[in-house]
Design a protein around this ligand. Structure first.
Ligand SMILES: NC(=O)c1ccc[n+]([C@@H]2O[C@H](COP(=O)([O-])OP(=O)(O)OC[C@H]3O[C@@H](n4cnc5c(N)ncnc54)[C@H](OP(=O)(O)O)[C@@H]3O)[C@@H](O)[C@H]2O)c1
Length: 388
């Protein structure tokens, strides 16, 4: 049976998730048409992608980027700029993949849902920071929120795709798995000497730099607890983090009768991307398929919360609610950027976030203006505590 071709806006096209989404789309040209792309600094790559896929709408950050890109693409290509440009592109396709990095992805999340589109969400930071605002636009007619993040995609599948059922009273716990990152086995007394290269050497996944550093501090798991709570309407007390060093079990749902459903595959983000693009159909590519005959050992353990205090900071932000997750996210973005720039030691990333959280005033989050104000205040607070 012929399937109707879906138009896709892939924003954050030049990054790790963006390139893997292009891989999936190359395999399914009859099913998907790329109509809009956007990126940050890699303008040459953006121009190459526009040419390969015949894309005529491209988003860039600033007028200076627009001027540079205009010299690299066909004159027919429309170039839009900034947050307004991202939001316009997010309203222009059947499926919108938000693969932008960090809080900068917020216009894509809100724009896609407000326009009643299917949002395939990799950008966890926007949902963590803006959960109440996202919730308010999720009920727009036609709007769908599909999680690309592998753990949330796994939970979505274990819940039978019933992500929108609020509360899930038949669920005892959501179990978010994680590899434990590069420092799971590391002598704790040497954590003060962690280098940039060591933090970027993830044992099981190849990802962009920011999320790889978040994986090394376990802040990524903390953000994922907040993300799961917002996505599935399950309070953080019913969400647990479990280490599965093989990264084969991508997360689990424990029901009240003790039954546990898990989703397994070799680590390959294209599986989650294809799930979100193709649903309700499953695409026939077997990304991450497991050869059980070759043998498979699975182990599980609790995270070391003393060595990786980011997890407790995230649970605390979940308990406080309102603006607290936005502060956690913003302070973390500042600290990770400083670490990647060589201005902050690895052990100080979470200390900077903890110090910012002590200054977080708390309170509800009801408007975008409030969110932007709190994001800016948290960034200023974290920046002020960076070493001179
Ligand atoms: N990578 C993974 O396996 C993975 C897994 C789960 C979730 N995620 C989430 O997916 C998101 C993307 O992660 P990633 O690893 O793909 O990051 P990445 O490799 O660093 O790519 C980030 C993308 O965002 C673009 N970008 C940055 N700022 C932008 C802006 N202001 N406007 C438009 N585009 C902008 C970048 O453009 P330039 O490169 O051109 O500067 C790049 O295309 C993150 O939220 C991450 O947490 C990633």
């Amino acid at each position: 049976m012929a399937v109707a071709r879906r138009s896709v806006a892939l924003l954050g096209t030049t990054g790790s998730i963006g390139e893997q989404t292009l891989d999936v789309m190359r395999l399914e040209p009859e099913r998907f048409e790329l109509v809009a792309i956007a990126g940050g600094e890699r303008l040459e790559r953006l121009a190459e992608i526009a040419k390969e896929f015949g894309v005529t709408r491209v988003g860039v950050r600033t007028d200076a980027h627009r001027a540079r890109l205009a010299g690299l693409v066909d004159a027919r290509v429309e170039i839009v700029v900034g947050d307004a440009g991202l939001e316009a592109l997010a309203g222009s396709a059947d499926v919108v993949v938000n693969a932008v990095l960090g809080f900068a992805g917020l216009p894509v999340t809100l724009g896609a849902l407000r326009a009643g589109k299917r949002l395939a969400l990799a950008n966890k930071e926007s949902l963590v920071a803006a959960a109440p605002l996202v919730e308010a636009v999720r009920s727009t007619p036609g709007a769908e929120l599909w999680p690309v993040d592998s753990e949330h995609c796994a939970i979505h599948q274990c819940l039978g795709g019933a992500a929108a059922t609020p509360g899930h009273p038949d669920v005892r716990r959501l179990l978010i798995t994680g590899s434990g990152g590069p420092f799971r086995d590391r002598d704790r007394s040497t954590l003060a000497r962690v280098t940039r290269d060591e933090a970027l050497a993830h044992p099981t996944w190849r990802m962009g730099e920011k999320i790889t550093v978040d994986s090394s501090t376990l802040m990524n798991k903390g953000l994922e607890v907040l993300e799961a709570s917002a996505l599935f309407g399950v309070e953080a007390e019913r969400i647990e983090v479990v280490i599965n060093p093989q990264s084969v079990v991508h997360s689990m749902v424990e029901y009240v009768d003790g039954s546990v459903l898990a989703q397994l595959s070799r680590p390959d983000m294209r599986l989650a991307i294809a799930y979100c693009l193709g649903a309700p159909e499953r695409l026939d590519h077997a990304f991450g398929a497991i050869d059980f005959a070759a043998g498979l050992t699975l182990t599980f353990e609790a995270p070391d919360r003393a060595a990786f205090p980011a997890l407790d900071l995230a649970y605390d932000a979940a308990r406080r609610g309102g603006v607290a997750p936005a502060w956690l996210n913003a302070a973390n973005e500042v600290a990770v950027e400083a670490f990647l720039a060589g201005r902050l030691a690895w052990v100080d990333i979470v200390r900077v976030v903890a110090a910012a959280m002590e200054r977080c005033p708390g309170g509800p989050l009801t408007t975008l203006e409030e969110l932007l104000g709190h994001d800016a205040a948290a960034r200023a607070t974290a920046t002020a505590s960076l070493p001179g």
